[in-house]
Design a binder for this molecule. Sequence first.
Ligand SMILES: Cc1cc2nc3c(=O)[nH]c(=O)nc-3n(C[C@H](O)[C@H](O)[C@H](O)COP(=O)(O)OP(=O)(O)OC[C@H]3O[C@@H](n4cnc5c(N)ncnc54)[C@H](O)[C@@H]3O)c2cc1C
Length: 477
Amino acid sequence: MNPSDIKEKYDVIIVGAGPSGIFTAYEAKKNNPALQVLLVEKGHSIEKRKCPKRKTGVCANCSPCNITTGFSGGGSFSDGKLSISEDGEIGGDLAHYIGLDRFRKVLHYTDDLYVHFGADTVVFGNESNALVDEIHRSAIQAHMKLIDSGVRHMGTEKAYEIYSRIQNELQSMGVDMLFDSPVKDFIIEEDEDGEKKAAGVVLFNERQISAGRVVAGVGREGSEWLNGICHVYGINSKVGPVDIGCRIETDAAITAHIDNTLYEAKLIYYTPTFEDRVRTFCWNPRGEVAEEKYGESLAVVNGHSYKDEALKSTNTNFALLVSKNFTQPFKTPIEYGRYIAEMGNMLSGNKVLVQRYGDLKRGRRTTLERLSKNIVRPTLKDAVPGDLSLVLPYRIMLDIIETIEGLERIMPGLAGDSTLIYGVEVKFYSNRIVVDKQFQTNIRNLHVLGDGAGLTRGLMQASMNGICMGRILTGKW
Ligand SMILES: Cc1cc2nc3c(=O)[nH]c(=O)nc-3n(C[C@H](O)[C@H](O)[C@H](O)COP(=O)(O)OP(=O)(O)OC[C@H]3O[C@@H](n4cnc5c(N)ncnc54)[C@H](O)[C@@H]3O)c2cc1C
Protein backbone atom coordinates (compact mmCIF):
# COMPACT_ATOMS: atom_id res chain seq x y z
CA MET A 1 0.00 0.00 0.00
CA ASN A 2 1.23 3.46 -0.81
CA PRO A 3 2.26 5.35 2.39
CA SER A 4 0.14 8.31 1.29
CA ASP A 5 -2.98 6.08 1.34
CA ILE A 6 -2.48 5.23 5.01
CA LYS A 7 -5.01 6.94 7.26
CA GLU A 8 -4.12 9.11 10.25
CA LYS A 9 -6.06 6.94 12.70
CA TYR A 10 -6.97 3.25 13.06
CA ASP A 11 -8.85 1.14 15.57
CA VAL A 12 -5.89 -1.22 15.78
CA ILE A 13 -2.28 -0.99 14.63
CA ILE A 14 -0.37 -4.27 14.50
CA VAL A 15 3.41 -3.91 14.49
CA GLY A 16 5.10 -6.82 12.71
CA ALA A 17 3.60 -8.99 9.98
CA GLY A 18 4.88 -12.31 11.33
CA PRO A 19 2.43 -15.17 11.98
CA SER A 20 1.28 -13.61 15.28
CA GLY A 21 0.54 -10.27 13.57
CA ILE A 22 -1.10 -11.62 10.42
CA PHE A 23 -3.40 -14.02 12.28
CA THR A 24 -4.40 -11.18 14.63
CA ALA A 25 -5.42 -9.15 11.57
CA TYR A 26 -7.17 -12.12 9.96
CA GLU A 27 -9.27 -13.09 12.97
CA ALA A 28 -10.10 -9.52 13.95
CA LYS A 29 -11.27 -8.64 10.42
CA LYS A 30 -13.15 -11.90 10.07
CA ASN A 31 -15.09 -11.21 13.27
CA ASN A 32 -15.60 -7.52 12.62
CA PRO A 33 -15.16 -6.44 8.99
CA ALA A 34 -15.75 -2.78 9.98
CA LEU A 35 -12.69 -2.71 12.25
CA GLN A 36 -9.98 -0.42 10.83
CA VAL A 37 -6.76 -2.40 11.00
CA LEU A 38 -3.25 -1.36 9.94
CA LEU A 39 -0.39 -3.86 9.74
CA VAL A 40 3.03 -2.15 9.79
CA GLU A 41 6.04 -4.22 8.79
CA LYS A 42 9.69 -3.28 8.55
CA GLY A 43 10.45 -5.79 5.77
CA HIS A 44 9.00 -6.27 2.30
CA SER A 45 5.66 -7.60 1.10
CA ILE A 46 5.88 -11.31 0.31
CA GLU A 47 6.32 -11.04 -3.44
CA LYS A 48 9.37 -8.80 -2.91
CA ARG A 49 11.00 -11.09 -0.35
CA LYS A 50 13.92 -12.71 -2.10
CA CYS A 51 16.98 -14.18 -0.45
CA PRO A 52 19.83 -13.90 -3.02
CA LYS A 53 21.74 -16.58 -1.13
CA ARG A 54 19.21 -19.21 -2.17
CA LYS A 55 20.55 -18.85 -5.73
CA THR A 56 24.14 -17.73 -5.29
CA GLY A 57 24.99 -19.56 -2.06
CA VAL A 58 26.49 -16.32 -0.71
CA CYS A 59 24.78 -14.02 1.78
CA ALA A 60 24.27 -10.55 0.28
CA ASN A 61 23.78 -8.95 3.71
CA CYS A 62 20.36 -7.53 2.78
CA SER A 63 19.16 -4.94 5.26
CA PRO A 64 16.72 -5.86 6.62
CA CYS A 65 17.32 -9.61 6.17
CA ASN A 66 14.77 -11.24 3.85
CA ILE A 67 14.82 -14.48 5.80
CA THR A 68 13.62 -12.93 9.04
CA THR A 69 11.62 -9.86 7.97
CA GLY A 70 8.74 -9.09 5.63
CA PHE A 71 5.21 -10.47 5.33
CA SER A 72 4.95 -13.65 7.43
CA GLY A 73 8.18 -12.82 9.32
CA GLY A 74 10.25 -15.89 10.13
CA GLY A 75 7.53 -18.09 8.59
CA SER A 76 8.05 -17.45 4.93
CA PHE A 77 11.43 -19.04 4.35
CA SER A 78 11.10 -21.37 7.28
CA ASP A 79 10.87 -25.08 6.91
CA GLY A 80 7.22 -24.64 7.75
CA LYS A 81 6.92 -27.33 10.37
CA LEU A 82 3.69 -26.81 12.26
CA SER A 83 3.90 -28.53 15.64
CA ILE A 84 0.59 -30.00 16.68
CA SER A 85 1.11 -30.59 20.37
CA GLU A 86 -2.14 -31.14 22.25
CA ASP A 87 -0.40 -30.59 25.58
CA GLY A 88 1.11 -27.29 24.49
CA GLU A 89 4.60 -28.57 25.24
CA ILE A 90 6.12 -27.50 21.94
CA GLY A 91 6.78 -24.03 20.68
CA GLY A 92 5.81 -21.79 23.54
CA ASP A 93 3.83 -21.22 26.71
CA LEU A 94 0.46 -20.22 25.30
CA ALA A 95 -1.35 -22.95 27.22
CA HIS A 96 -0.23 -21.26 30.43
CA TYR A 97 -2.03 -18.05 29.40
CA ILE A 98 -5.23 -19.44 27.92
CA GLY A 99 -5.67 -22.82 29.64
CA LEU A 100 -5.41 -26.23 28.04
CA ASP A 101 -9.04 -26.56 26.89
CA ARG A 102 -8.99 -23.33 24.98
CA PHE A 103 -5.49 -24.08 23.77
CA ARG A 104 -6.64 -27.29 22.08
CA LYS A 105 -9.62 -25.59 20.41
CA VAL A 106 -7.51 -22.73 19.07
CA LEU A 107 -4.85 -25.24 17.96
CA HIS A 108 -7.30 -27.16 15.78
CA TYR A 109 -8.90 -23.97 14.46
CA THR A 110 -5.49 -22.56 13.46
CA ASP A 111 -4.32 -25.86 12.01
CA ASP A 112 -7.49 -26.06 9.89
CA LEU A 113 -6.80 -22.53 8.64
CA TYR A 114 -3.33 -23.59 7.47
CA VAL A 115 -4.89 -26.53 5.62
CA HIS A 116 -7.48 -24.16 4.16
CA PHE A 117 -4.66 -21.97 2.82
CA GLY A 118 -2.96 -24.99 1.25
CA ALA A 119 -0.90 -26.86 3.86
CA ASP A 120 -0.40 -30.59 3.30
CA THR A 121 -3.13 -32.73 4.86
CA VAL A 122 -0.59 -35.30 6.10
CA VAL A 123 0.40 -35.13 9.79
CA PHE A 124 3.51 -37.06 10.87
CA GLY A 125 3.98 -38.68 14.23
CA ASN A 126 0.34 -39.05 15.25
CA GLU A 127 0.05 -42.77 14.96
CA SER A 128 1.56 -45.52 17.05
CA ASN A 129 3.25 -48.39 15.24
CA ALA A 130 6.15 -50.75 15.79
CA LEU A 131 8.72 -48.29 14.42
CA VAL A 132 7.49 -45.41 16.56
CA ASP A 133 7.41 -47.70 19.61
CA GLU A 134 11.02 -48.68 18.89
CA ILE A 135 12.11 -45.01 18.78
CA HIS A 136 10.32 -44.45 22.12
CA ARG A 137 12.11 -47.45 23.60
CA SER A 138 15.57 -46.41 22.44
CA ALA A 139 14.93 -42.84 23.71
CA ILE A 140 14.14 -44.19 27.16
CA GLN A 141 17.23 -46.41 27.04
CA ALA A 142 19.28 -43.29 26.25
CA HIS A 143 17.62 -41.50 29.22
CA MET A 144 15.92 -39.05 26.90
CA LYS A 145 12.33 -37.91 26.84
CA LEU A 146 10.59 -38.12 23.48
CA ILE A 147 7.74 -35.61 23.39
CA ASP A 148 4.58 -36.72 21.60
CA SER A 149 3.63 -34.21 18.94
CA GLY A 150 2.25 -34.27 15.43
CA VAL A 151 4.02 -32.33 12.70
CA ARG A 152 2.40 -30.87 9.61
CA HIS A 153 5.20 -30.05 7.19
CA MET A 154 4.50 -27.18 4.81
CA GLY A 155 8.01 -27.21 3.30
CA THR A 156 10.09 -24.11 2.59
CA GLU A 157 8.78 -23.42 -0.91
CA LYS A 158 5.16 -24.29 -0.01
CA ALA A 159 5.22 -22.11 3.13
CA TYR A 160 5.99 -19.19 0.82
CA GLU A 161 2.94 -20.01 -1.33
CA ILE A 162 0.65 -20.46 1.69
CA TYR A 163 1.66 -17.13 3.21
CA SER A 164 1.24 -15.46 -0.21
CA ARG A 165 -2.40 -16.63 -0.18
CA ILE A 166 -2.84 -15.25 3.33
CA GLN A 167 -1.43 -11.88 2.24
CA ASN A 168 -3.94 -11.78 -0.63
CA GLU A 169 -6.74 -12.74 1.73
CA LEU A 170 -5.86 -9.93 4.17
CA GLN A 171 -5.79 -7.50 1.27
CA SER A 172 -9.25 -8.57 0.14
CA MET A 173 -10.54 -8.37 3.71
CA GLY A 174 -9.52 -4.69 3.76
CA VAL A 175 -6.52 -4.82 6.12
CA ASP A 176 -4.23 -1.87 5.33
CA MET A 177 -0.61 -3.02 5.06
CA LEU A 178 2.42 -0.78 5.16
CA PHE A 179 5.72 -2.48 4.29
CA ASP A 180 9.34 -1.29 4.45
CA SER A 181 8.33 0.77 7.47
CA PRO A 182 10.05 0.03 10.76
CA VAL A 183 8.24 1.33 13.80
CA LYS A 184 10.56 3.45 15.89
CA ASP A 185 8.42 4.11 18.93
CA PHE A 186 4.95 3.83 20.42
CA ILE A 187 2.86 6.89 21.19
CA ILE A 188 2.28 6.61 24.93
CA GLU A 189 -0.06 9.09 26.62
CA GLU A 190 -0.96 9.66 30.23
CA ASP A 191 -4.55 10.21 31.35
CA GLU A 192 -5.62 12.49 34.25
CA ASP A 193 -4.91 9.75 36.80
CA GLY A 194 -1.38 9.37 35.49
CA GLU A 195 -2.15 5.98 33.92
CA LYS A 196 -0.19 5.33 30.75
CA LYS A 197 -1.92 4.14 27.60
CA ALA A 198 -0.82 3.36 24.06
CA ALA A 199 -2.25 5.67 21.40
CA GLY A 200 -0.39 4.80 18.22
CA VAL A 201 3.03 4.40 16.65
CA VAL A 202 5.87 6.54 15.35
CA LEU A 203 7.60 5.35 12.17
CA PHE A 204 11.30 5.77 11.47
CA ASN A 205 10.51 8.67 9.14
CA GLU A 206 8.85 10.35 12.20
CA ARG A 207 5.36 9.94 10.80
CA GLN A 208 2.82 9.36 13.60
CA ILE A 209 -0.27 7.17 13.19
CA SER A 210 -2.89 7.02 15.94
CA ALA A 211 -4.76 3.93 17.12
CA GLY A 212 -7.14 2.82 19.84
CA ARG A 213 -4.97 -0.22 20.47
CA VAL A 214 -1.46 -1.26 19.51
CA VAL A 215 -0.45 -4.91 19.13
CA ALA A 216 3.27 -5.71 18.82
CA GLY A 217 4.26 -9.07 17.32
CA VAL A 218 7.83 -8.21 16.41
CA GLY A 219 9.44 -11.65 16.65
CA ARG A 220 12.99 -12.45 17.63
CA GLU A 221 14.15 -9.96 15.02
CA GLY A 222 12.46 -7.14 16.96
CA SER A 223 12.97 -8.42 20.50
CA GLU A 224 15.98 -6.26 21.27
CA TRP A 225 14.14 -3.18 20.04
CA LEU A 226 11.09 -4.15 22.10
CA ASN A 227 13.23 -4.67 25.19
CA GLY A 228 14.64 -1.16 24.74
CA ILE A 229 11.08 0.20 24.52
CA CYS A 230 10.15 -1.71 27.70
CA HIS A 231 13.02 -0.03 29.45
CA VAL A 232 11.99 3.46 28.28
CA TYR A 233 8.31 3.15 29.29
CA GLY A 234 8.66 0.94 32.34
CA ILE A 235 6.94 -2.06 30.71
CA ASN A 236 7.37 -5.01 33.05
CA SER A 237 9.40 -7.92 31.76
CA LYS A 238 11.20 -10.90 33.24
CA VAL A 239 14.54 -12.36 32.33
CA GLY A 240 13.89 -15.60 30.46
CA PRO A 241 16.15 -18.50 29.55
CA VAL A 242 18.57 -18.22 26.69
CA ASP A 243 18.98 -21.13 24.29
CA ILE A 244 22.46 -21.56 22.86
CA GLY A 245 23.87 -24.43 20.91
CA CYS A 246 24.71 -25.61 17.45
CA ARG A 247 23.27 -27.46 14.47
CA ILE A 248 24.11 -31.07 13.74
CA GLU A 249 24.23 -32.40 10.18
CA THR A 250 24.55 -36.04 9.30
CA ASP A 251 23.83 -38.45 6.50
CA ALA A 252 20.06 -38.98 6.26
CA ALA A 253 20.65 -42.74 6.39
CA ILE A 254 21.44 -42.31 10.10
CA THR A 255 18.16 -40.54 10.88
CA ALA A 256 15.94 -42.26 8.30
CA HIS A 257 13.91 -44.28 10.84
CA ILE A 258 12.93 -41.00 12.55
CA ASP A 259 12.56 -38.91 9.38
CA ASN A 260 10.17 -41.43 7.83
CA THR A 261 7.96 -41.99 10.87
CA LEU A 262 7.94 -38.98 13.17
CA TYR A 263 9.45 -36.51 10.69
CA GLU A 264 11.20 -34.98 13.69
CA ALA A 265 12.10 -36.24 17.14
CA LYS A 266 11.54 -33.73 19.93
CA LEU A 267 13.96 -35.11 22.50
CA ILE A 268 14.89 -33.70 25.89
CA TYR A 269 18.04 -34.71 27.73
CA TYR A 270 19.50 -33.76 31.11
CA THR A 271 23.25 -33.98 30.68
CA PRO A 272 25.28 -36.16 33.06
CA THR A 273 27.88 -33.56 34.13
CA PHE A 274 25.87 -30.37 34.58
CA GLU A 275 22.32 -31.72 34.49
CA ASP A 276 21.56 -29.01 31.91
CA ARG A 277 18.46 -29.33 29.78
CA VAL A 278 19.35 -29.91 26.14
CA ARG A 279 16.72 -30.37 23.45
CA THR A 280 16.64 -31.24 19.80
CA PHE A 281 14.96 -28.55 17.76
CA CYS A 282 13.97 -27.76 14.16
CA TRP A 283 14.63 -31.15 12.57
CA ASN A 284 15.07 -31.03 8.80
CA PRO A 285 15.00 -34.44 7.10
CA ARG A 286 17.03 -34.34 3.90
CA GLY A 287 17.24 -30.60 4.31
CA GLU A 288 19.79 -27.83 4.22
CA VAL A 289 21.64 -25.91 6.87
CA ALA A 290 21.05 -22.17 6.46
CA GLU A 291 22.63 -19.00 7.66
CA GLU A 292 20.42 -16.29 9.06
CA LYS A 293 21.37 -12.74 9.87
CA TYR A 294 20.38 -10.87 12.99
CA GLY A 295 20.66 -7.12 12.98
CA GLU A 296 23.05 -5.81 10.38
CA SER A 297 25.58 -8.60 10.19
CA LEU A 298 25.46 -11.23 12.92
CA ALA A 299 25.54 -14.64 11.22
CA VAL A 300 23.81 -17.45 13.11
CA VAL A 301 22.85 -20.90 11.94
CA ASN A 302 19.43 -22.36 11.15
CA GLY A 303 18.02 -25.03 8.85
CA HIS A 304 15.15 -25.89 6.54
CA SER A 305 13.99 -28.56 4.11
CA TYR A 306 12.04 -28.56 0.89
CA LYS A 307 8.84 -30.45 0.24
CA ASP A 308 9.73 -31.10 -3.39
CA GLU A 309 11.61 -34.40 -3.78
CA ALA A 310 13.87 -32.88 -6.45
CA LEU A 311 15.12 -30.21 -4.02
CA LYS A 312 15.90 -32.54 -1.13
CA SER A 313 19.48 -33.17 -0.04
CA THR A 314 20.94 -36.44 1.27
CA ASN A 315 21.59 -34.96 4.74
CA THR A 316 19.40 -34.38 7.79
CA ASN A 317 20.05 -31.51 10.20
CA PHE A 318 18.69 -30.47 13.59
CA ALA A 319 19.64 -28.08 16.37
CA LEU A 320 20.87 -29.02 19.83
CA LEU A 321 19.99 -26.19 22.19
CA VAL A 322 21.08 -25.80 25.78
CA SER A 323 18.60 -23.84 27.91
CA LYS A 324 20.23 -21.64 30.50
CA ASN A 325 18.30 -19.81 33.19
CA PHE A 326 20.31 -17.07 34.82
CA THR A 327 19.84 -15.78 38.35
CA GLN A 328 20.38 -12.37 39.93
CA PRO A 329 22.13 -10.03 39.26
CA PHE A 330 22.31 -11.06 35.57
CA LYS A 331 19.61 -9.43 33.46
CA THR A 332 20.77 -9.49 29.86
CA PRO A 333 20.52 -13.02 28.36
CA ILE A 334 20.00 -11.69 24.83
CA GLU A 335 23.29 -9.82 24.98
CA TYR A 336 24.96 -12.96 26.39
CA GLY A 337 23.74 -15.08 23.45
CA ARG A 338 24.69 -12.38 20.99
CA TYR A 339 28.17 -12.11 22.50
CA ILE A 340 28.80 -15.82 22.01
CA ALA A 341 27.54 -15.68 18.43
CA GLU A 342 29.79 -12.67 17.84
CA MET A 343 32.80 -14.67 19.05
CA GLY A 344 32.04 -17.26 16.37
CA ASN A 345 31.67 -14.51 13.77
CA MET A 346 34.98 -13.01 14.89
CA LEU A 347 36.83 -16.24 14.06
CA SER A 348 35.06 -16.86 10.78
CA GLY A 349 34.85 -13.42 9.18
CA ASN A 350 31.13 -13.09 9.93
CA LYS A 351 30.14 -16.53 8.72
CA VAL A 352 28.82 -19.69 10.30
CA LEU A 353 31.55 -22.03 11.61
CA VAL A 354 31.55 -25.74 10.83
CA GLN A 355 33.57 -28.49 12.51
CA ARG A 356 33.71 -32.25 12.07
CA TYR A 357 32.74 -34.08 15.24
CA GLY A 358 35.93 -36.15 14.95
CA ASP A 359 38.05 -32.98 14.98
CA LEU A 360 36.16 -31.58 17.95
CA LYS A 361 36.78 -34.78 19.91
CA ARG A 362 40.50 -34.71 19.02
CA GLY A 363 40.81 -31.07 20.10
CA ARG A 364 41.77 -29.70 16.71
CA ARG A 365 40.18 -27.36 14.22
CA THR A 366 38.62 -28.52 11.00
CA THR A 367 40.52 -27.25 8.01
CA LEU A 368 39.38 -26.99 4.40
CA GLU A 369 41.53 -30.01 3.63
CA ARG A 370 39.95 -32.16 6.38
CA LEU A 371 36.49 -31.00 5.38
CA SER A 372 37.14 -31.92 1.76
CA LYS A 373 37.76 -35.54 2.84
CA ASN A 374 34.63 -35.69 4.98
CA ILE A 375 31.99 -38.25 4.06
CA VAL A 376 29.11 -35.96 5.04
CA ARG A 377 29.19 -33.01 2.65
CA PRO A 378 28.14 -29.69 4.21
CA THR A 379 24.94 -28.27 2.72
CA LEU A 380 25.84 -24.76 3.92
CA LYS A 381 28.47 -24.14 1.28
CA ASP A 382 30.01 -20.97 2.68
CA ALA A 383 30.35 -22.20 6.27
CA VAL A 384 33.93 -21.67 7.45
CA PRO A 385 35.78 -24.71 8.86
CA GLY A 386 37.08 -23.94 12.33
CA ASP A 387 37.03 -24.82 16.00
CA LEU A 388 33.82 -24.41 17.98
CA SER A 389 35.56 -25.14 21.26
CA LEU A 390 37.13 -21.68 20.96
CA VAL A 391 33.66 -20.16 20.80
CA LEU A 392 31.22 -22.03 23.03
CA PRO A 393 31.67 -21.88 26.82
CA TYR A 394 33.02 -25.14 28.28
CA ARG A 395 29.71 -26.00 29.92
CA ILE A 396 27.73 -25.65 26.70
CA MET A 397 30.34 -27.48 24.66
CA LEU A 398 30.33 -30.40 27.09
CA ASP A 399 26.51 -30.45 27.12
CA ILE A 400 26.56 -30.75 23.32
CA ILE A 401 29.16 -33.53 23.31
CA GLU A 402 27.33 -35.52 25.98
CA THR A 403 24.04 -35.14 24.11
CA ILE A 404 25.57 -36.35 20.83
CA GLU A 405 26.95 -39.38 22.66
CA GLY A 406 23.49 -40.00 24.19
CA LEU A 407 21.80 -39.65 20.79
CA GLU A 408 24.15 -42.32 19.44
CA ARG A 409 21.93 -44.89 21.17
CA ILE A 410 18.89 -43.68 19.21
CA MET A 411 20.70 -42.98 15.94
CA PRO A 412 23.76 -45.27 15.72
CA GLY A 413 26.48 -43.55 13.71
CA LEU A 414 25.62 -40.02 14.81
CA ALA A 415 28.65 -39.77 17.09
CA GLY A 416 30.94 -40.71 14.20
CA ASP A 417 33.83 -38.52 13.06
CA SER A 418 32.15 -37.18 9.95
CA THR A 419 29.07 -35.68 11.64
CA LEU A 420 29.17 -31.92 11.15
CA ILE A 421 28.55 -29.34 13.85
CA TYR A 422 27.69 -25.78 12.85
CA GLY A 423 27.67 -22.85 15.22
CA VAL A 424 26.41 -20.80 16.73
CA GLU A 425 22.68 -21.34 16.95
CA VAL A 426 21.06 -18.92 19.38
CA LYS A 427 17.42 -18.29 20.04
CA PHE A 428 16.82 -14.67 20.97
CA TYR A 429 13.47 -15.01 22.67
CA SER A 430 14.74 -14.41 26.08
CA ASN A 431 12.95 -11.57 27.83
CA ARG A 432 9.36 -12.40 28.65
CA ILE A 433 7.09 -9.40 28.81
CA VAL A 434 4.58 -9.55 31.65
CA VAL A 435 1.05 -9.63 30.23
CA ASP A 436 -2.46 -10.22 31.53
CA LYS A 437 -4.93 -12.69 30.03
CA GLN A 438 -5.54 -10.30 27.12
CA PHE A 439 -1.83 -10.14 26.34
CA GLN A 440 -1.93 -6.55 27.55
CA THR A 441 1.18 -5.07 29.15
CA ASN A 442 1.08 -2.77 32.17
CA ILE A 443 0.52 0.01 29.62
CA ARG A 444 -3.19 0.06 28.78
CA ASN A 445 -4.08 -0.83 25.17
CA LEU A 446 -0.57 -2.05 24.42
CA HIS A 447 -0.58 -5.79 23.70
CA VAL A 448 2.42 -7.96 22.87
CA LEU A 449 2.48 -11.36 21.17
CA GLY A 450 4.57 -14.15 19.79
CA ASP A 451 8.28 -14.86 19.91
CA GLY A 452 9.30 -11.23 20.44
CA ALA A 453 7.38 -11.05 23.69
CA GLY A 454 8.85 -14.36 24.87
CA LEU A 455 5.42 -16.04 24.84
CA THR A 456 5.95 -18.40 21.89
CA ARG A 457 8.80 -20.13 20.09
CA GLY A 458 7.37 -21.46 16.86
CA LEU A 459 5.02 -20.96 13.94
CA MET A 460 1.98 -22.74 15.33
CA GLN A 461 1.83 -21.09 18.75
CA ALA A 462 2.74 -17.68 17.30
CA SER A 463 -0.14 -18.05 14.80
CA MET A 464 -2.48 -19.23 17.58
CA ASN A 465 -1.46 -16.25 19.70
CA GLY A 466 -2.62 -14.06 16.79
CA ILE A 467 -5.97 -15.86 16.60
CA CYS A 468 -6.50 -15.30 20.36
CA MET A 469 -5.60 -11.63 19.99
CA GLY A 470 -7.95 -11.16 17.02
CA ARG A 471 -10.79 -12.57 19.13
CA ILE A 472 -9.89 -10.41 22.13
CA LEU A 473 -9.92 -7.29 19.95
CA THR A 474 -13.41 -8.10 18.69
CA GLY A 475 -14.94 -9.25 21.96
CA LYS A 476 -15.19 -12.89 20.80
CA TRP A 477 -12.95 -14.33 23.50
C1 LIG B 1 14.96 -19.89 9.00
C2 LIG B 1 13.88 -20.15 10.02
C3 LIG B 1 13.25 -21.40 10.05
C4 LIG B 1 12.22 -21.65 10.99
N1 LIG B 1 11.56 -22.86 10.93
C5 LIG B 1 10.51 -23.07 11.76
C6 LIG B 1 9.74 -24.24 11.65
O1 LIG B 1 9.95 -25.08 10.78
N2 LIG B 1 8.72 -24.44 12.54
C7 LIG B 1 8.42 -23.53 13.50
O2 LIG B 1 7.49 -23.76 14.28
N3 LIG B 1 9.12 -22.38 13.61
C8 LIG B 1 10.15 -22.12 12.75
N4 LIG B 1 10.85 -20.95 12.84
C9 LIG B 1 10.45 -19.99 13.88
C10 LIG B 1 9.20 -19.22 13.42
O3 LIG B 1 9.44 -18.63 12.19
C11 LIG B 1 8.85 -18.20 14.49
O4 LIG B 1 8.62 -18.86 15.71
C12 LIG B 1 7.60 -17.41 14.12
O5 LIG B 1 7.73 -16.83 12.85
C13 LIG B 1 7.35 -16.33 15.17
O6 LIG B 1 6.28 -15.54 14.77
P1 LIG B 1 6.15 -14.03 15.30
O7 LIG B 1 4.94 -13.48 14.67
O8 LIG B 1 6.23 -14.03 16.77
O9 LIG B 1 7.47 -13.28 14.81
P2 LIG B 1 8.21 -13.21 13.40
O10 LIG B 1 7.78 -14.27 12.47
O11 LIG B 1 9.65 -13.08 13.70
O12 LIG B 1 7.69 -11.83 12.80
C14 LIG B 1 7.97 -10.60 13.38
C15 LIG B 1 7.90 -9.53 12.31
O13 LIG B 1 8.00 -8.25 12.94
C16 LIG B 1 8.77 -7.41 12.12
N5 LIG B 1 9.34 -6.34 12.95
C17 LIG B 1 10.26 -6.46 13.93
N6 LIG B 1 10.51 -5.26 14.48
C18 LIG B 1 9.72 -4.37 13.83
C19 LIG B 1 9.55 -2.97 13.94
N7 LIG B 1 10.21 -2.22 14.82
N8 LIG B 1 8.67 -2.37 13.09
C20 LIG B 1 7.96 -3.09 12.17
N9 LIG B 1 8.10 -4.43 12.03
C21 LIG B 1 8.97 -5.06 12.85
C22 LIG B 1 9.84 -8.32 11.54
O14 LIG B 1 10.34 -7.76 10.34
C23 LIG B 1 9.04 -9.60 11.30
O15 LIG B 1 8.51 -9.67 10.01
C24 LIG B 1 11.86 -20.66 11.92
C25 LIG B 1 12.50 -19.41 11.90
C26 LIG B 1 13.49 -19.14 10.96
C27 LIG B 1 14.13 -17.77 10.93
